[in-house]
Design a protein around this ligand. Sequence first.
Ligand code: SAM
Length: 256
Amino acid sequence: MSNPLKTVASDAKTLWHLAVRRAKGKTHAERLENFYSGQAGDYDDFRRRMLHSRQEMIQSIPVPEGGVWVDLGAGTGENAEHIGEPISQLSKMYLIDLSESLLEQAQRRVDANGWTNVTPVCYDATQFVPEEGAADVVTFSYSLTMIPDWFRAIDHAWNLLRPGGVIGVVDFYVSRKHPEENFSKHGWGTRTFWQPWFASDNVFLSPDHLPYLKNKFETVSLSERRGKIPYLPFVRAPHYLFIGKKPTSSDTTDEA
Ligand SMILES: C[S@@+](CC[C@H](N)C(=O)[O-])C[C@H]1O[C@@H](n2cnc3c(N)ncnc32)[C@H](O)[C@@H]1O
């Protein structure tokens, strides 16, 4: 059973990092490490209550037998646990992040689970290429909003994926003022409140991530939702869950 005093102390530390401490550094990697180094040990408990639908996103992707799965902006590697026992079917899973402190937690998780096919790697998500040369699955959970060149990260995921490969993304966002038909439309309050609130922690919610993903990949499923944020009782932050596929040449021929 969790100790409530320990939880309060851990939350206070995390909230101080989120609300008060400004991430310093000349490069993106330095700013990330500066932001996460003091809260890496408390990361999982707090983010479990804030980063919704991660497990569902991961578990809605069929695990490819002998396949390669690349999790970009993997943090502490919790997504590997969400895959569960089928993770043993993968030939390799790469957990890519630029924060050494979070990757240390990921390595602990790998050791604790005895996974021999899961490797944390400190690398930029817009540049990492596995030694196998291609991936069957690429995932981003709450990382696109922290990657400045998010469009490059999505383009890179496309290049990494073999034809027929699957992309899974879950992240915060705000809708366009005039979204396409059948998409959620957020009111002025939602569009105005969340962007600056998250931006103070270098998390940049965009109305363009989702249209860009939809434009690039074949949509397998899409769900737009809202979820609680710890210590903000009256509001719910919007997030989406997107599963897409890189078409095979026969998909393209069928369409022609
Ligand atoms: C909000 S955290 C999410 C972590 C994890 N995916 C999860 O669901 O808990 C965003 C992560 O993206 C990583 N990140 C941001 N920019 C990155 C980049 N260019 N390359 C690799 N990782 C990056 C951060 O270090 C951080 O671990």
